[in-house]
Design a protein around this ligand. Sequence first.
Ligand SMILES: Cc1ncc(COP(=O)(O)O)c(C=O)c1O
Length: 406
Amino acid sequence: MPRPTSAEPGMAAIDRERCAELDAADPLSDMRARFALPQGLIYLDGNSLGALPAAAPARLQRVLRHEWGAGLIASWFEAGWIDQPRGLGEAIAPLIGAAPGEVVVGDSTSVNLFKLLAAALHARPGRRTILTETGNFPTDLYVAQGLSGLVEGCEVRRVAREEITGAVDSDTAVLTLTHVDFRTGFMHDLAALTGAAHAGGALVLWDLSHSVGAVPLDMGGAGVDLAVGCTYKYLNGGPGAPAFAYVRQTHHAELRPGLTGWMGHRAPFDFAEVYAPGAGIAPLLTSTPAVLGMAALEVALEIWRDVDIAQVRAKSVALSELFIALVETKCAGFDLASPRDSAIRGSHVSFRHSQAAALVEGLAERRVIADYRPPDVMRFGLAPLYLRYVDIWDAAARLAEVSAAA
Ligand SMILES: Cc1ncc(COP(=O)(O)O)c(C=O)c1O
């Protein structure tokens, strides 16, 4: 049986009673009541789709009945629909360490990636390489490939993680990476890699999908040029919720994201025939906001207004350490696929197991939701706003039962 080598010795010795004590002392314990979770379910998949905010159904009813049903077209201005992309961007800004006016919400992560990669190529004429990492999230790779096919001479260069810094050269227009790896939870040193890209004259574009709402982020402090991210994971914005995009203020004047839609026009309601970019981050806006999705995200972001991200990170590390220690002492056949060092791990923990698919199914039968990534990875997302220490203890106990029977 593998021995625990957790960074916090003693975690494996914790019993359920002690977990209940940790819950009683948890500064985030009140947050759980702000989510509507199915009774008795332990949900360890919030890194894919976050839980439903308890206030969302009533808010959506109001938007449907009053704003759309009664207000009809007047609601674009009277209910503030037209301002949602910027308003929600302002609510996300503190979570990523951005300044006012640097974040907008809309479209999807993939679409925003396309726009910002195009903007980066435009901002670095003479440089034609999009540098990324082998094993980056598929959509990030596909979007870069698609764009490179449209831009003459553009090439996507994929290198191994340990070669990234040395691969930035005089042809690199942009280095694009996902901050926290979707398979293993490995977390890059965002500030160091941003510095390496800049030292080589390149821009940097971070995909924050697996880090926003899970780890403290500081786009301003690290000097990040561009970033995108999902809002349906740790932010709990809802299935297919609109994504966000960040552009550092110093790049606003040169921002040319290619998808020049009417919402990014200097005067959208003039309906002029020729595009003229709006001020600031406006050119990143393309289309009519998806109001219902925005309304659900708005409710979720109201929860985040009351959250201290440092407490979220501290609890995420504690839950992860506890889970790793319990699995390694109670269950056989599991290899930790995530970094053991919490300083370079996001908020999900992955294990490899030869029966991973069957174990995820077995857990679901016992009311624990985790997820499976072929061929042999089990991922456990530890969302600190609604998970308790006792949930982690119970999930590990049920995993021990399922794996003993496998
Ligand atoms: C790192 C990363 N980028 C992007 C996406 C998804 O992009 P989209 O919202 O365009 O489907 C995901 C979804 O899981 C992701 O993990």
